[in-house]
Design a protein around this ligand. Structure first.
Ligand SMILES: *Cc1c(COP(=O)(O)O)cnc(C)c1O
Length: 414
């Protein structure tokens, strides 16, 4: 899916999905047949072979000793989590709701880790009872976990989530460096480690996550090097040898024209260097990277149906039955500074030559409900299917489904 597609422009049609007889194929099914099988539009469809191919690509490019975790907040659909659980080495959860889905999927609790600022006492207790690794993000959590472990007479397995003293350059969303609500500032970690030792929590290692949606291999390599070195320094204050070191992730996928794919081989070579050092300097440590978007983003599409076709002062509008209520990210309202178009196509007219410039809008009474702004698309009519690519991550679960009271989308794993 990657090397052959690297040179292609990233706008539609997206090369990871095949086309036959005008129809986009999802999991081998023509789109109109899939829509009939789902029984409604709008829907999200995730292609399990593409999920598998992405994991295979990572396994082939990263050193064998690096463990691969799925950060399930990118796509928490239970069937997706179940499928991913069989492919990766662990699942990272960020709430007790996600913890339930990961456990239901059959994930070994030893391979689940739980991060997030503001973990409530009840959530911490659920995590201790489940036996998962808890990434501690505050001094309060040490006190709570001490009490919970005594209460439940169970060990509390913990790692320290460190807010590093550097930033991930070129990241779409920074989540470490400077003042942050995530983790504990690197300067405070020695004191936190002393409290962990005092409380008798079972210390296992460190978690560092610098940011998300990064397409620059050099920036990711630099962040991973610095994360490793910071962990090595902090390990000197640890109550026991580091057995777990999560170096983060943040691997991005291309969404917009002109964006280049992440050069995974450079990241792999850098991780190989780190792994070689770790084998000597931190011999008990399992090295982990945690990925959300990179694992699932490109395997998913969002499909809506054209309800109306209008012309306003010369501009063509395709009004579809879904919008920002289902797919906030594609509308540009989920953290984009300047709105740009996701790759979009008319999924049942993939090779049609007759094209026009049209905008795709949803049914909501707000001008923010815009899915494609003046894009070149096959000429479409009511009943046709509009596909938004790169929709497998931060789609359904990151959207305000109740806004305006339309039916919710269905999700399928194909
Ligand atoms: C959101 C998040 C991830 C996943 O980020 P992606 O950009 O989707 O890969 C990983 N780790 C932590 C701690 C997160 O908060």
């Amino acid at each position: 899916m990657s090397s052959s597609s690297r040179a292609l422009p990233i706008h539609a049609p997206m090369p990871q999905f095949a086309v036959a007889n005008e129809q986009l194929l999802v999991g081998g099914l023509p789109l109109e047949q899939l829509a009939a099988r789902v029984g409604q539009t709008p829907f999200y469809a995730y292609d399990r072979k593409l999920l598998q191919a992405r994991v295979d690509e990572l396994r082939a490019t990263l050193p064998a000793s690096i463990k691969l975790h799925y950060a399930m907040k990118a796509n928490p659909m239970p069937a997706v989590v179940g499928w991913m659980a069989g492919l990766v080495d662990g699942i990272d959860v960020a709430s007790s709701g996600e913890l339930k889905v990961a456990l239901d999927a059959g994930t070994n609790p030893k391979e689940i880790s739980f991060a997030g600022p503001g973990k409530r006492r009840s959530e911490l207790a659920q995590a201790v009872a489940a036996g998962v690794l808890i990434n501690i993000e505050s001094f309060r959590e040490v006190t709570e976990l001490d009490a919970i472990a005594q209460d439940l007479k169970l060990p509390a397995r913990v790692a320290v989530r460190v807010n590093p003293d550097f930033e991930l350059k070129g990241s779409g969303m920074k989540m470490g460096g400077g003042p942050k609500q995530f983790g504990v500032d690197a300067e405070q970690v020695p004191e936190l480690l002393a409290e962990i030792a005092q409380a008798g929590l079972q210390f296992e290692g460190f978690h560092l996550f610098a940011g998300s949606q990064n397409l620059k291999a050099e920036s990711i390599c630099e962040a991973q090097q610095k994360s490793y070195e910071l962990a090595l320094r902090l390990a000197e204050s640890a109550p026991s040898p580091v057995r777990f070191l999560n170096l983060g992730g943040g691997f991005g996928i291309p969404y917009f024209p002109g964006e280049q794919r992440l050069d995974l081989s450079t990241v792999g070579a850098n991780l190989a260097q780190i792994a070689a050092r770790a084998a000597l300097e931190m011999p008990d440590a399992e090295l982990v990277i945690e990925l959300g978007r990179y694992l699932v983003g490109e395997a998913g599409i969002y499909v809506s149906q054209v309800v109306d076709r209008k012309v306003s002062r010369g501009q063509i509008y395709l009004v579809v039955d879904g919008g920002l209520n289902h797919h906030l990210s594609a509308s540009g309202n989920f953290g984009q500074v300047i709105r740009k178009n996701y790759p979009v196509a008319i999924g049942n007219r993939m090779t049609q030559q007759e094209k026009e410039i049209a905008s795709v809008v949803g049914p909501l009474c707000t001008p923010l409900d815009l899915l494609a702004d003046r894009m070149e698309l096959a000429i479409a009519q009511p009943g046709d299917l509009v596909v938004i690519f790169q929709s497998g991550a931060y789609g359904a679960s990151a959207s305000p489904h109740c806004f305006l009271g339309h039916p919710h989308p269905v999700e399928v794993l194909v």
